[in-house]
Design a protein. Structure first.
Length: 482
């Protein structure tokens, strides 16, 4: 009996699939076909995968299977499918960013992280949805429509990498590439119950050949990073080892070793239940406590203490992303016409940030420098921080543009925003289910110490387990008159 007859291949992790392909328990073609069938079965109700590269993926799988029959060494993800967010370049498909104006924006080459994952044997199987322009805390694009949260169709699947998160949560993909500037990796991981690695600024390259390729202002350059999503922490680690490293295509990347020195044992962890104190939902706090208990069981020392000025760091990010230069980029450089939802979000975001003038903008960058020093000092004694991602449960889908909601979301995303402002690494992972929705935490580390974030996340996962893949939840059935 073959492996494909024993188990549904789409349920397996990326590293499990790679091992099975290398050992000839299953072919890459069988793996790709299993995921294509899964996409056909569930994507209609989720709308996460917006471009399916079936023929291209099957051709690559056949080539991968021929290599397995040879005598050469095989790379980490040989024959394993992965999907890519639609604002990351994949040659042969447009980098639309969910905008009609970019429907024909074909890149001349793959993004560096796509090149690297392909070189490691991975096979691009599809492109996944994002909100138009990668903005908003709900995934809805003018090109493809809205992506549905597979746990609760009434709630958002999260911020801009939500197409990846929903696809992975439902078994349509074992591994995805996304990016983060305002919580766009970690927030959909929380909403959909999967894991994500947001790396340190400069660790993983970010580059595009779609014009204008260099539109990012300094605030955007300092906060935006590419990363990966998966169902297992081990997959994040393997993907990180593949996609990290410097390249001339991204001047921010630095040649830092993947693994740093062994931290002092036992490692101390700062437990943050209610960042800066304005309130955190009980469902979220309960999840953070689960993670803390799991780490204590694994031998970590957990103290309930928080790093300095979380709210100040979050505010600094909002200002850095609302400078006069950024406002000019969106008004003058991005292709017109921007969808009404994007214009509405930007207007509310800039207003919530205080519509900073050049002096206020300059002060935010000065503040970032000071805060990064104070957080680095804090992490001398508490290298790891375990905290909420968003302090509230996923909001009702589409309400992110309601009056006052953008400002409220900035408040609930304050911990994720602080981490983004400082360019620190974080691993998001699920820790259980509460009130029918995933519970999740982020494990935050010092700069360039993704390794100890992954170690701690792996220790949590080992004790609490994983909660996906799942079948999409169906809408509740109401009897007449309810």
């Amino acid at each position: 009996m073959t492996l494909s007859e024993i188990t549904e291949l789409w349920r397996m992790s990326a590293t499990e699939l790679a091992a099975a392909i290398r050992s000839r328990q299953v072919s890459s073609q069988e793996v790709i076909e299993a995921h294509l069938r899964r996409i056909e079965a569930v994507n209609g109700s989720i709308n996460a995968v917006v471009i399916v590269l079936a023929e291209q993926a099957l051709d690559a799988a056949k080539e991968a299977d021929r290599a397995v029959r040879g005598d050469g060494d095989l790379p980490q993800f040989h024959g394993v499918p992965f999907t890519v967010k639609e604002n990351i370049d994949v040659a042969g498909t447009p980098t639309t960013q969910g905008l009609k104006a970019l429907a024909d924006a074909y890149p001349s080459r793959d993004a560096p992280i796509v090149e690297r994952l392909k070189a490691a044997g991975g096979i691009v199987m599809g492109r996944n949805n994002l909100p138009s322009g990668a903005l908003r805390w709900h995934c809805e694009s003018e090109l493809w429509g809205a992506t549905v949260n597979p746990w609760d169709r009434s709630r958002t699947p999260g911020a801009s990498s939500a197409g990846e998160a929903a696809a992975i949560a439902t078994g349509m993909s074992p591994l995805g590439l996304g990016n983060d500037g305002l919580g766009s990796l970690c927030h959909p991981a929380q909403c959909c119950g999967v894991s994500a690695l947001k790396p340190t600024l400069g660790r993983v390259p970010n580059a595009s050949t779609v014009e204008p390729a260099d539109m990012a202002t300094i605030g955007m350059q300092l906060t935006g990073v590419n990363g990966s999503l998966a169902r297992r922490v081990a997959d994040l680690r393997e993907a990180f080892e593949v996609i990290a490293g410097p390249t001339w295509r991204d001047p921010w990347t630095v040649p830092v070793p993947l693994y740093g020195p062994e931290p002092a044992k036992p490692t101390r962890v700062a437990l943050v239940l209610d960042p800066a104190g304005p309130g955190t939902a009980k469902q979220v706090q309960d999840g953070v406590r689960k993670a803390a208990q799991a780490l204590e069981d694994a031998g970590y020392v957990v103290d309930e203490v928080e790093p300095p000025a979380i709210d100040v760091a979050a505010k600094a990010l909002a200002v850095m992303l609302s400078t006069p230069g950024i406002r000019a980029v969106w008004q003058q450089v991005m292709p017109p016409p921007l969808p009404a939802a994007v214009r509405q979000f930007l207007s509310a975001f800039f207003e919530a940030a205080g519509d900073p003038d050049p002096v206020a903008a300059e002060q935010s960058f000065i503040m970032r420098h000071s805060l990064l020093r104070s957080w680095s000092e804090f992490q001398e004694t508490h290298p790891l921080i375990v905290a909420p991602i968003a302090t509230g449960i996923p909001s009702i889908a589409g309400t992110d543009l309601d009056e006052g909601r953008v400002a409220e979301d900035l408040r609930t995303m304050r911990m994720a925003m602080a981490v983004n402002a400082l360019g620190l690494p974080a691993v998001a992972l699920p820790v259980g289910i509460g009130d029918g929705l995933p519970q999740a935490v982020q494990v935050i580390g010092p700069r360039y110490r993704e390794d100890i974030c992954l170690d701690a996340a792996g220790a949590i996962e080992k004790r609490v387990g994983i909660i996906t893949p799942i079948d999409p939840r169906q809408p509740p059935v109401h009897s007449f008159g309810e």
